[in-house]
Write a protein that binds this ligand. Structure first.
Ligand SMILES: N[C@@H](CCC(=O)N[C@@H](CS)C(=O)NCC(=O)O)C(=O)O
Ligand SMILES: [Fe+2]
Length: 293
């Protein structure tokens, strides 16, 4: 048994997202984390370029997909979990609290019949739940704050922390989406920073501060020493003040209203109407107080 998975990141330039293939060299089993389904909001076109590149890599590396995992219901892109399930037959999973996010958003979209029960995924992970990727032990930590349902996957010596900490020069994720909380994000970050210093941390976005090339891997020790939002904060109150002030200046992600209706449905696009076309639904004046571009 090895506790050190191979980790390959796939950077999506359109959304600054990092998608991961995490594999066990001993058994060639792998998990895919946070795959992106491409979407162009200007033309309404969808595509599977990112997901197909991941499938291509998996084929070339002779890997077998054991899990398709999401860290949280994303607000800036569609999840390709359903597409990858259809292609590989592997089970999809997300954190159990996704049902609370579904409750919130079914009200925002006024969809009283939407089943907010998590039945759109094969597995809903509870806090502390264990599973494995091949022979590598994996564990789920609840990491709410950015969203209510956010989780961290600790797989061997690697933690997939998505939108909690970004790279040290980029700080931390925002906490102002419906159900978000800066104080809870601070506590989730402290839990991640309590992992062993050498733990490899893989983030979910890299917004490339100062135009540098994309980066996504750090360690607990590096984050503790140099993360621009965390290293200088002594207390939760200090962090919350910095986070909330910054969040007030951030416009909503350009795809938040597109993405949540798809992602609360496990990445399944709306069913086509009688003419064979799919349609999205947009609430107006539903996200009060958001900064304008
Ligand atoms: N400009 C991006 C913003 C995306 C965004 O808000 N990303 C979230 C993660 S889903 C975040 O935490 N951003 C932190 C920041 O922009 O400082 C978009 O429109 O998609
Ligand atoms: Fe996010």
């Amino acid at each position: 048994m090895t506790g050190k998975p191979d980790v390959t990141g796939f950077f999506d330039k359109r959304t600054y997202s990092i998608q991961y293939v995490v594999s066990d060299p001993a058994t060639r089993k792998c998990a895919v984390i946070d795959p992106v389904l491409d979407f162009d909001e200007k033309s309404g076109s969808t595509a599977t370029r990112n997901a197909d590149a991941i499938l291509d890599y998996i084929r070339k590396q002779d890997l077998e997909v054991e899990w398709i995992l999401d860290t949280h219901p994303h607000a800036d892109h569609f999840s390709a979990a359903r597409y990858l399930k259809q292609k590989t037959g592997a089970p999809t999973a997300i954190g159990k609290k996704v049902t609370e996010v579904q409750q919130l958003w079914k009200a925002i979209y006024n969809r009283p019949d939407f089943p907010a029960d998590g039945s759109q995924w094969d597995r809903l992970f509870a806090e502390g739940q264990t599973f494995s990727v091949g022979s590598i032990p994996a564990k789920v930590l609840f990491s709410p704050g950015h969203t209510l349902a956010s989780i961290t996957y600790v797989i061997g010596d690697a933690a997939f922390i998505h939108d909690t900490l970004f790279m040290p020069d980029s700080g931390t994720a925002r906490a102002d989406f419906p159900g978000g909380s800066a104080a809870r994000l601070w506590r989730s970050i402290q839990e991640i920073l309590a992992l062993p210093d050498e733990t490899r941390l893989f983030t979910g976005h890299d917004y490339q501060p100062n135009g540098r090339g994309p980066l996504w891997e750090s360690t607990v020790a590096e984050q503790k020493a140099t993360n621009i939002h965390v290293a200088k904060c002594r207390t939760e109150a200090e962090y919350v003040a910095i986070r909330e002030a910054r969040d007030k200046t951030l416009p909503m992600p350009k795809l938040i209203l597109h993405a949540l209706q798809v992602n609360m449905n496990g990445g399944l696009l709306p069913e086509p109407e009688a003419n064979g076309k799919r349609y999205l639904k947009f609430p107006l004046d539903a996200l009060d107080g958001a900064a304008w571009e």
